[in-house]
Design a protein around this ligand. Structure first.
Ligand SMILES: [Zn+2]
Length: 393
């Protein structure tokens, strides 16, 4: 594998780009032909093949849609999200934005408006640069141990953690995959010293991006690919229902790690993150309310990206909305609403997908252990976000 420390992206992505070299028009034609063939195949397929055929159809449709988008075709936001992720997020209850800011206004220390207290609290739970390595290393080890206790894992894939300055403060981290085999991923995360780390995004980033989130998902998919020879298991398709599953479930498993107890999670934050970061541990009790705010803020971003995409709101209206609720800083440019996420439909595939996964897990599993077995099964199999979404209705 070619490897250079100067790589700005995962080396495997670059190899994959170079390997295929198909034009968008080729991909469009082939995906349309494949969709027709799969639909014909489905007509006479056995019942036990249906989950796999459904998965393949959903993923080829997502590929076809993404290709059309790259060729310049425009879709309304909900249609785009449905075709890419097989999800339709209903309009959020806007009253929740004002309510949570008022609750924070009552609960957070300091003076000024609720919005000002939010900005000040965010500053007070920021991780100092000289403590970042210790915070990230300790949190990574803790999440590794929690994953090992609850899942069937080899235990060989704990990632190396480093910190360094990356080219832009918007980059949270740089990942390097050195190589892998059936029971070992050799992986390194370089966390950006210039990124604005706070207690909540440390816990999100470690649990979500590494174990038991994405890194565990990759380990499970690699093993499934080798065990079954299903080629689709080797494909990590960003704009697709399985991407929405890995994003949504990687958020939900964080809650599973703490047995859905906000007391346990707060204690973890106090003992591990606040301590290693040298922050005022007295603020830890405010974290459950803060996490609730972060969840609602995620839906704020979803609503903004939808309204800007569908041209219902101007950039200024969208930016003002986010500023009103302290979601972006008062100095942020209006243009910043176009850069809330790098991928189209991001907040549907992350925030809304998390709540779909949550509802589905609550419906299908009655104990914590059953939830972990279900998570492992879905990592290795042909899931359908559309089917899971029915649990919300
Ligand atoms: Zn993710």
């Amino acid at each position: 594998m070619r490897f250079s420390r100067d790589y700005k992206i995962l080396p495997d992505y670059e190899i994959a780009d170079a390997k295929h070299g198909k034009t968008l028009k080729d991909i469009l034609d082939e995906s349309e032909y494949l969709l027709k063939s799969l639909s014909r195949y489905k007509e006479t397929a056995d019942q036990e093949e249906m989950a796999r055929i459904g998965y393949l159809i959903d993923h080829v449709l997502a590929l076809n849609t993404r290709t059309r988008m790259l060729l310049g075709e425009k879709f309304p936001f909900n249609e785009m999200a449905k075709k890419l992720y097989d999800l339709t997020a209903p309009e959020y209850d806007y009253r929740k934005f004002g309510r949570i800011v008022e609750e924070l206004n009552q609960a957070l220390p300091g003076s000024g408006s609720g919005r000002e207290k939010i900005l000040e609290f965010r500053r007070r739970i920021s991780i100092p640069g000289d403590r970042l390595l210790e915070v990230m290393t300790k949190t990574t080890q803790e999440f590794h141990d929690m994953s090992m206790d609850r899942m069937t894992l080899t235990g060989n894939s704990i990632p190396r953690v480093r910190v360094r300055r990356l080219p832009s403060p918007d980059m949270a981290f740089l990942s390097i995959l050195f190589g892998y085999d059936y029971n070992h991923l050799e992986y390194e995360r370089n966390f950006n010293l210039d990124y604005p780390w706070t207690v909540d995004n440390v816990i999100e980033c470690i649990g979500h991006e590494m174990e038991p989130g994405h890194l565990t998902y990759y380990e499970k998919r690699t093993q499934t690919y080798i065990d079954t020879c299903w080629p689709e298991m080797a494909v990590v398709q960003q704009f697709s229902p399985s991407s929405a599953f890995t994003e949504g479930s990687a958020r939900y498993v964080i809650s599973m790690c703490f047995d859905h107890s906000s007391e346990q999670k707060t204690e973890f934050e106090r003992q591990v993150i606040f301590k290693a970061a040298g922050l005022d541990a007295g603020l830890a009790d405010l974290m459950p309310l803060w996490h609730e705010y972060c969840e609602i803020a995620g839906y704020g971003k979803l609503e903004v990206t939808r309204k800007v995409w569908d041209q219902v709101w101007s950039r200024k209206e969208a930016a003002d909305f986010l500023k009103d609720y302290g979601i972006i800083s008062p100095e942020a440019e209006d243009e910043s609403v176009l850069h809330l996420a790098a991928d189209d439909g991001h907040f549907v595939a992350h925030d809304y997908a998390r709540d779909v996964v949550k509802a589905y897990f609550k419906q299908e599993a009655s104990t914590a252990d059953e939830e972990w077995r279900l998570y492992e099964k879905l990592c290795c199999g042909h899931m359908s976000m559309g089917e899971m979404e029915k649990a919300l209705r």
